[in-house]
Design a protein. Structure first.
Length: 268
């Protein structure tokens, strides 16, 4: 079964709504109603919105509505561009991009957590304790990877370079760094979950469908964003491409439903 977090936080609901609809101006009344739909109290939503403003993740405009401060969200580009994610891929020439990280401080847990998350979002896999790598099949090569890792919060002590030649034994070992069977299986589970949610939507109320769409949609987009974008030589691309197309249709319908509920002031 595809894993979905059934208990989102208020900040998660706010970020999901603002990221999915950056052109929409969300007032506090709309956010508190969204929280109510998700089983959260109005007080919870107000406190979270205030805290997120203080943290610099969102801001309140002169019109009294909330918008994202994208520069404070390292993964915003990845999350907001999930629809076009596979367009970053280029034909693979058999080389690898690597990150040498022996100088990264392991004693600072916050720095290490941010660094590891950056490498994960970039599709890197640990080859040795000091080196992580991925196929060199993304646009802009090593320069692009440096920029991506810096934006995502990788430790500045790491170094990015290209590996042109590996021994046959190393190539065989490196190919096993990604569990491509589990990756494909999880993509297919996500696709089935979307199909099941769409098929059974007529049996649920509009509010129930909105709740389901946010929880499931968030989980599927996370799966898409965290896909390592491996070349066809290592893993089939079609399960990811098909999931993205399916998710586009699912989210378009979900956004229409959410905006209709919020603009009409529909309450549970």
């Amino acid at each position: 079964m595809f894993q979905v977090d059934g208990r989102p936080t208020a900040s998660r609901v706010i970020l999901d709504l603002l990221t999915a609809s950056p052109e929409v101006e969300f007032g506090l009344d709309m956010l508190t109603l969204a929280g109510e739909i998700m089983g959260l109290t109005a007080a919870n939503m107000r406190v979270s919105a205030a805290r997120m403003c203080a943290e610099g993740r969102i801001t309140r405009t002169t019109r009294g509505t909330y918008t994202l401060l994208t520069e404070a969200l390292p993964a915003y580009t990845e999350v907001s561009s999930w629809r076009t994610r596979i367009e970053r891929m280029v034909p693979w020439d058999g080389t690898w991009t690597a990150v040498e990280q022996s100088r990264v401080k392991r004693s600072d847990r916050a720095v290490l957590r941010a660094h590891n998350n950056a490498l994960s979002l970039a599709g890197m896999a640990d080859w040795t304790p000091a080196v992580a790598l991925r196929p060199n099949n993304l646009d802009h090569g090593t320069d692009g990877l440096r920029a991506t890792l810096s934006r995502l919060g990788a430790a500045p002590e790491c170094h990015v370079y290209r590996i042109d030649q590996l021994s046959a034994d190393d190539v065989e070992a490196v190919h096993r760094l990604w569990d491509t069977t589990s990756r494909t299986r999880n993509l297919q589970k996500a696709a089935r979950a979307l199909t099941d949610a769409t098929r059974t939507s007529e049996d649920r109320t509009a509010v129930e469908n909105a709740r389901t769409s946010l929880l499931l949609g968030s989980a599927v987009i996370s799966t898409i964003v965290r896909d390592p974008l491996l070349p066809e030589e290592l893993a089939p691309l079609s399960p990811l491409a098909e999931l993205i197309e399916q998710m586009k249709e699912f989210q378009d319908h979900a956004l229409s439903l959410w905006l209709e509920l919020l603009e009409d002031g529909h309450r549970t």
